[in-house]
Design a protein around this ligand. Structure first.
Ligand code: SF4
Length: 368
């Protein structure tokens, strides 16, 4: 499936051209309120095979491999230019590295629920399209249950609107156990629509996870969330994405992860290896130099030239994880229900894989 992101489309140019008052601070994070003109991004604007909603622009979890930073950079640049008197905006643009601004200066789409309700009003053209099988994915560019959500509850308000509209197909992608706060709404949605939650988890190693995803919830918290969602009948898959070559890809680590999610009733498991586009590379490769200096040469020699690992690496990864899933009884590579949803899982994987074949592998692959 081709995935060509148009600059700005992934995350909503809709917030541009509006006042952006600071609506909150939390330690070193500042939140700015925006009035979005639209919140439901169509496949034609994002290049993805589904509709998407991102209640926030920017993400406090700060994963070193995050591919979505460029989107925030675009919004920050444009917003600062349009608001020359806005000191915080100017300062964020002019003094912060763009990758850090993504994590510390977060835009909150305060009117997301109202805009969505208008778009989905019964009988509207868009509602009809969504009733005919199109999927809405919540959290394609930022985590919808990041810390901001505890305070602003924008994602919950969006879910409330979705619960009013039966017959939809909804997928939520998150790393956060905060999603369990909204189990009541999720159950209402699941009664009348197709709902899947994708919990992202790349490692069970707490210390390792903290180095790579410094402000994201611990692996244990995510496992508890998985169990709770499944206990409440919510279909919940695990995205082991992205697998980081030579860091999270050992047989032992992957098997422990598969076993742990199987024991908690994961509905299925998807995986893919790391892909680094330009802005992600600008953050991730210096991170490797600092945190994993023994791997720096190998990473630079592979990802310095390209954003991909090799097809052979990817195939070996899928074969190994597929075999582990079969051993522990977790459906692999799809969500185990229908071809349509399989397509959706593939589309979600494309968030990381992009539109090309994997062609390179690390210089000295020692695993998989
Ligand atoms: S949780 Fe997702 S959007 Fe947020 S920093 Fe991590 S990879 Fe990026």
């Amino acid at each position: 499936m081709a995935t060509k992101f148009q600059q700005g489309a992934l995350f909503d140019a809709s917030v541009l051209g509006q006042p952006v008052p600071m609506v909150g601070e939390q330690k070193d994070i500042q939140y700015f309120g925006t009035i979005a003109r639209s919140v439901l991004n169509g496949p034609e604007t994002t290049g993805m095979g589904f509709w998407s909603i991102n209640p926030y622009v920017g993400c406090a979890f700060g994963c070193a491999y995050c591919y979505a930073r460029y989107a925030h950079r675009y919004v920050l640049d444009r917003t600062a230019t349009a608001n020359p008197e806005h000191d915080e905006m100017q300062s964020a643009r002019d003094t912060m590295p763009f990758w850090l601004a993504f994590e510390r200066r977060i835009f909150v789409k305060q009117n997301a629920a109202d805009v969505l309700r208008k778009v989905l009003r019964h009988g509207s053209e868009r509602h009809q399209a969504l009733l005919h099988g199109d999927t809405i994915v919540i959290g394609t560019a930022t985590d919808p249950f990041q810390p901001a959500e505890r305070r602003f509850r924008i994602t919950r308000s969006v879910l409330e609107v979705i619960a009013e509209h039966p017959g939809l197909s909804i997928c939520i992608i998150t790393k956060s156990p905060l999603v369990t706060r909204d189990i009541d709404v999720l159950k209402r949605i699941a009664r009348n629509s197709r709902l899947t939650v994708h919990l992202s988890l790349i490692s069970l190693d707490r210390d390792l996870a903290r180095r790579i995803e410094p402000r994201a919830p611990t692996p244990e918290a995510r496992l508890r969330a998985l169990a709770r969602l499944r206990d409440n009948g919510i279909e919940t898959g695990i995205n082991v994405m992205p697998v980081l070559p030579a860091i999270t890809d050992s047989d032992e680590a992957l098997e422990a992860l598969v076993k742990a999610v199987a024991e908690r009733g994961a509905s299925y498991l998807n995986t893919c290896s790391l892909r680094l586009r330009a802005t992600a590379r600008a953050r991730y490769l210096p991170f490797i130099e600092q945190e994993f200096p023994h791997l720096a040469k190998r990473y630079w020699s592979t990802y310095g030239r390209s954003d991909k690992t090799s097809a052979a690496y990817s195939e070996r990864l899928k074969a190994r994880v597929g075999e582990m899933c079969a051993r522990y009884g977790v459906p692999f590579g799809h969500n185990g229900r229908s071809g349509e949803e399989e397509d959706q899982a593939e589309a979600v994987a494309q968030r990381f894989l992009g539109d090309g074949q994997l062609t390179l592998e690390l210089d000295a692959p020692d695993r998989l």
